[in-house]
Design a protein around this ligand. Structure first.
Ligand code: ADP
Ligand code: MG
Length: 478
């Protein structure tokens, strides 16, 4: 039997406001436990929530970013459940009428093709507190700092067909919220997290299979692993004649497995009803206009511009726009190299990103400034150094943070372009290897590379490769 995977993601993006969604308490991460929750966040009797207008504005920007239907009227509802980190006994969310309706994002898949993923809705809600189990023997601690932190929950249609597709979609949403500056995207701190709904069905069947919901996934890598584990598990259950139980499962990254956490509740278990303390949220044309006027260039727009303006292919452009900071770095380099965009793009996507990855650094902490990388690209372009030597310079730049020209000078890396010097060296090497020259001349042309190797070794890689090739050919064939 061939199985088809079906995945829908619920993403929670923590909105980048200074204060909470319904109170003035600060949202800063990492404060002492229980120092940032006020009477409203705790739901003490007699308090009234007041909506933070920044969160509305941020949700509107997101809606515009996914070409969504924006609901001019939306309603906050109480979702009732009991949990120690929810002192009010209910979470304020949006249910029947979310602020953002249907929209979509075009996602670039691994093979370079594009797939449109539809977004069902995006709604505003408050976060709960946190239960801490680790530092307390036989007890749980409760930290309510996070209670009332604004979230935008983004729900996709069940249109994703593999773990890789899910990750590609997640990264696209991640880039968008960061471009819009509505979420810092920090997955480790939990400000961008996702629940993955996963099911399988026999290929060709139109009815969806029973799904499980995976929680607690806090990195792109874990999303992929958790989904793949779950797909395998479900197929094994079904193939051995069992059935899938609709439930919430917890992913454990240390063991790379999912375990049942609780049976899946139905919406009517929550007894949703409109929050009587909050008026319906009305979006005026004025508010929409204001959101529109603050929209930045979006990731897909930037990608198209990079392809048109700099002649980049879709793949490179896609990497360079993956974060706004990286795109900005690239454009700074291009500006300072008189438009050697392709060479700049190559150096950034291979050497620079490789080094950043290996050192677990972001472009914002890059030890090489855009100006220095631009200078390196210029020195390749004007033949001061070869592409190969440039890697040595790059390494020195990374470690010593000196000026490119100073490094070239200090290490004596300048390329030899003086043709008489190159010819002299060729003569020496040929004179030292008469039998190889003989073999070459009697037809063993493969030896050309052998000579190039010798000469590059002799010159420590400093001969201009093009000139070397030309002169060497001439002399060997003479
Ligand atoms: P909830 O999880 O709160 O009950 P929904 O029923 O609206 O909410 O579904 C949430 C997510 O689950 C959506 O992203 C949706 O695409 C996805 N989903 C629904 N049914 C399936 C299914 N059979 N297989 C995979 N994903 C599904
Ligand atoms: Mg759900």
């Amino acid at each position: 039997m061939e199985w088809e995977t079906v995945i829908g993601l619920e993403i929670h993006a923590q909105l980048l406001t200074k204060s909470k969604i319904f109170s003035g308490a600060p949202t800063q991460f990492g404060a002492e436990p229980n120092t940032q929750a006020c009477a409203i966040d705790l739901g003490l009797p007699g308090v009234l929530p007041v909506l933070n207008k920044d969160v509305v504005f941020m949700a509107l920007k997101f809606g515009l970013g996914i070409q969504a239907e924006i609901n001019h009227k939306s309603v906050f509802a109480r979702k009732n459940y009991f949990y120690p980190d929810l002192p009010k006994g209910y979470q304020i969310s949006q249910y029947e009428l979310p602020i953002i309706g249907k929209g979509y994002l075009d996602v670039t898949l691994d093979d370079g093709s594009e797939k449109r993923i539809h977004i069902t809705r995006a709604h505003l809600e408050e976060d709960a507190g946190k239960s801490l189990h680790e530092d307390f023997l036989d007890l749980s601690g409760i930290d309510l700092n996070r209670a009332g932190t604004p979230l935008l929950e983004i729900v996709s249609e069940p249109e994703l067909r593999s773990a890789r597709e899910a990750v590609a979609y997640l990264k696209t949403v991640h880039a968008l919220v960061r471009y819009l500056e509505i979420c810092d995207g920090n997955m480790q701190e939990g400000s961008f997290r996702c629940d993955a709904n996963v099911s399988v069905r026999p290929r060709g069947q139109s009815k969806l299979g029973t799904r499980t919901e995976l929680k607690n996934i806090n990195s792109f890598r874990f999303v992929e692993r958790a989904i793949n584990y779950e797909i395998e598990r479900q197929i094994a259950v079904l193939e051995s004649g069992g059935t899938i139980t609709q439930e919430t499962r917890l992913y454990n990254p240390d063991k790379n497995e999912t375990r049942p956490m609780r049976s899946k509740e139905e919406a009517n278990d929550y007894r949703y009803f409109p929050d009587p303390d909050l008026l319906p949220l009305i979006i005026t044309d004025e508010m929409l206009k204001q959101a529109q006027s603050s929209m930045p260039e979006l990731p897909y727009q930037k990608r198209e511009r990079f392809m048109a303006q700099y002649g980049l292919n879709a793949y490179d452009a896609g990497i360079l726009i993956s974060s706004r900071d990286l795109a900005h770095y690239f454009e700074t380099v291009v500006k300072e190299t008189d438009g050697q965009a392709k060479l700049a793009a190559n150096w950034i996507t291979s050497e620079l990103l490789g080094a950043l990855n290996r050192n677990d650094l972001e472009i914002t902490n890059c030890p090489i400034s855009a100006s220095q990388l631009a200078k390196l690209v210029r020195r390749i372009g004007d033949n001061t150094i070869s592409g190969k030597i440039a890697k040595t310079v790059f390494e020195a730049l990374w470690n010593e943070k000196e000026d490119v020209d100073a490094i070239i000078e200090k290490k004596g890396l300048k390329q030899v372009t003086d043709s008489s010097a190159i010819e002299k060296l060729i003569d020496q090497v040929m004179a030292a290897n008469p039998e190889k020259v003989q073999e070459y001349r009697s037809g063993k042309e493969k030896l050309f590379g052998y000579f190039v190797g010798l000469l590059m070794k002799e010159s420590q890689g400093k001969l201009n490769p093009q000139q070397l090739n030309e002169s060497l050919k001439k002399k060997l064939q003479a």
